[in-house]
Design a protein around this ligand. Structure first.
Ligand SMILES: Nc1ncnc2c1ncn2[C@@H]1O[C@H](COP(=O)(O)OP(=O)(O)OP(=O)(O)O)[C@@H](O)[C@H]1O
Length: 279
């Protein structure tokens, strides 16, 4: 059985007593080394969920467990060290005048000794392919490079889980691809769990599992393939499916026997070849 790293048990949350309930009795888990994508409408509670995952917020009801620890005042710093977060706008995340200083800042906050810091800075910048930029000014980097430095700063603290809250939203398609590639590589090399909150459906196809949030509830939980098989249901809550999935649904609509819901161009081509050779 897969080992759960993070668990929400019947978590409910509202920002103020007189404001609407943002999360309503949510129970989810993220396994060790798993990549979970969270999607849903604006305002469906995704970012709030992320902040509850690393103790930036605490639930009004229910329990949050991280690596077996129940989120509480006493272990909040340990939980924040275990769960790193990268946000949407890289420019708001920089504090140092050089890339190296910036990564060092998070380590200083966690009281890491200087000698160890030097090693960790080099190691985490290498992990995201930014080792040659350690003396550069963060503000002069491209959007994708900035986000890679932000990821390095999180990785340097040696978390067991990394949350990317719309971290690729401000990047072009090439930058997005690079970040997702980096994240997946880091996940494999460092055995971390990954949670990506996103509106990018191509990003969703890369995850092991998807959680769809709707009005503060978990509306769907399953693999990307299972999710995109149910085109009408998704559209009923105003969410779309990737272009290749749409194409496969069109083929099915024409009576063609598409066996597997394709998630990318390669899989779609395989399906087309199979159809071509059997019809
Ligand atoms: N600090 C806050 N104080 C009060 N209400 C808030 C606060 N942050 C978010 N909310 C409200 O909580 C609800 C859920 O917001 P949240 O940011 O978690 O949604 P989201 O799914 O991440 O949306 P988006 O895709 O736009 O980022 C929204 O109605 C939002 O207005």
């Amino acid at each position: 059985m897969e080992q759960s790293f993070l668990e929400f048990q019947n978590v409910s949350f509202q920002y103020r007593e007189d404001s609407p309930i943002v999360l309503d009795d949510v129970s989810i888990q993220v396994n060790q080394n798993e990549w979970v994508a969270v999607i849903g409408h604006n305002g469906s509670g995704k970012s709030t969920m992320a902040k509850l995952m690393n103790g930036l917020l605490s639930p009004n009801e229910g329990y949050v467990y991280v690596d077996g620890l129940l989120l509480s005042e006493e272990n909040i710093w340990e939980i924040r060290r275990k769960v790193g977060m990268v946000f949407q706008n890289p420019d708001n995340q920089f504090v140092g005048t050089t890339v190296k200083d910036d990564v060092a800042f998070g380590l200083e906050n966690h009281g890491i000794p200087r000698e160890e810091m030097v090693k960790r800075i080099a190691h985490s910048l290498k992990a995201v392919g930014m080792e040659e930029y350690e003396d550069h000014e963060p503000h002069r980097l491209s959007g994708g490079q900035k986000q890679r430095v932000a990821i390095a700063s999180v990785l340097a603290v040696a978390p067991s889980m990394v949350i990317l809250d719309e971290a690729t939203a401000m990047l072009d398609p090439k930058g997005r691809k690079e970040i997702m590639h980096t994240v997946n590589q880091v996940r494999q090399e460092r055995d971390v769990s990954v949670v990506t909150i996103t509106h990018d459906l191509n990003e969703v196809t890369l995850a092991d599992r998807v959680i769809v949030m709707n009005k503060g509830n978990v509306w769907f939980e399953g693999t990307p393939r299972e999710l995109f098989e149910q085109k009408e249901d998704l559209q009923s809550i105003g969410l779309d499916i990737p272009l290749v999935s749409k194409f496969a649904h069109e083929l099915k609509g024409l009576g063609l026997d598409v066996k597997t819901q394709p998630l990318n161009h390669e899989e779609l081509m395989d399906e087309l070849w199979t159809l071509h050779s059997t019809t």
